[in-house]
Ligand binder design. Structure first.
Ligand code: BDR
Ligand code: CA
Length: 324
């Protein structure tokens, strides 16, 4: 099988970690590297967390590159209230000693994209990508496919009534990425809250994971306990919304989400800062720069997610039928 090459740009982050795990266990993908941006956690913490996940997966061979430590223009606001003091659900897993790359995330992105056909799955604020545009727009426009977890179309926001965290954290970066995609005649795949809110890891699904694989279950339990509490306190949900793995799942299987093409802009000012303004009615008569995803099939997602991270054939996950 010819593998698709991807770079995962992320801010781990609990759900980023689950997304990395899914990507690493998917034989269709070759993860060329992980680039870290400040978002959920400050960039150094995100770097340490990525190594912890790679260690857990036995994949310390995957290089991790440190990227932007603050948004393009605005002050940085982390999401440690959501992801815990260590950015990994207060699991306080031991640090993984190891290398530090000599090149930055942006240098790695620029030189890899110019050399080969690579897609980018962006799971955090898009500051690294904005810096790439500023440094080497040609390399940015060579991204094969760009999938971004971020924004929302009709769903309410998670940072303000209208804004999702990744775009709210660095709205200028997100706006520049969408503008550049438009100017370059390309599409970004917007995996926003409309679809990710459907992906709830419930206590029952987690228990099922533990029954099938004690070690993997214990790891996921450790990193999601804090996230469960957060969701109960803030959203009155039993379980937790795992946004980022859906972006990876959609990259693997386009049938997991449905949507439509539209021209999208990101607001950078005022009370709606970070909002994705989706021109679904084509008021502006502009060509689409995004595929906006609006529907997903949570069951198909969990079949893919569990079968990959547990290494079990999809047909054997019969119980999922009743618990998702
Ligand atoms: C996004 O923000 C972060 O909390 C998650 O990792 C996800 O990427 C959801 O708004
Ligand atoms: Ca993230």
């Amino acid at each position: 099988m010819k593998k698709r090459k991807v770079i995962i740009d992320c801010d781990p982050g609990i759900d980023d970690s689950l997304a990395i795990m899914l990507a690493l266990r998917s034989p269709e993908l070759e993860v060329m590297g992980i680039t870290i941006v400040c978002g959920n956690s400050p960039v150094e913490m995100g770097f340490e967390n990525a190594k912890k996940v790679l260690w857990q997966m036995g994949r310390l061979d995957v290089p991790v590159y440190i990227g932007a430590d603050r948004p393009v223009k605005r002050e940085y606001v982390n999401a440690l209230d959501t992801h815990g003091a260590d950015g990994l659900g207060e699991s306080f897993l031991p640090q993984v000693p190891g290398y530090r790359q000599t090149v930055s995330a942006v240098e790695f992105l620029a030189c890899t994209l110019k050399r080969e056909k690579v897609s980018v799955i962006a799971l955090g604020p898009m500051t690294n990508l904005a810096e790439l545009i500023q440094k080497d727009k040609e390399a940015f426009l060579q991204i094969d496919e760009l999938i971004s977890m971020g924004g929302s179309y009709k769903s309410h926001g998670n940072c303000s009534p209208v804004a999702e965290y990744n775009y709210w954290c660095d709205p200028d970066a997100a706006a520049l990425v969408y503008e550049t995609m438009y100017a370059g005649g390309k599409h970004i795949h917007m995996v926003g809250l409309d679809v990710t809110r459907e992906i709830v890891l419930t206590p029952t699904i987690l228990e099922y994971i533990c029954r099938l694989d004690e070690e993997m279950g214990a790891f996921i339990q450790k990193i999601t306990k804090f996230y469960f509490d957060f969701h109960w306190n803030w959203e009155h949900i039993i379980g937790c919304v795992i946004n980022d793995p859906l972006a990876v799942a959609y990259f693997l299987d386009r049938n997991i989400c449905e949507g439509f093409d539209a021209f999208v802009q990101v607001e950078t000012q005022g009370i709606s800062i970070g909002q994705t303004v989706v021109d679904a009615m084509n008021f502006y008569r502009r060509k689409a720069n995004a595929r906006v995803l609006t529907k997903t099939d949570a069951k198909s997602f969990f079949v893919l997610f569990l079968s990959r991270i547990l290494g079990i054939e999809a047909e054997k996950l019969d119980l999922l039928e009743d618990i998702v």
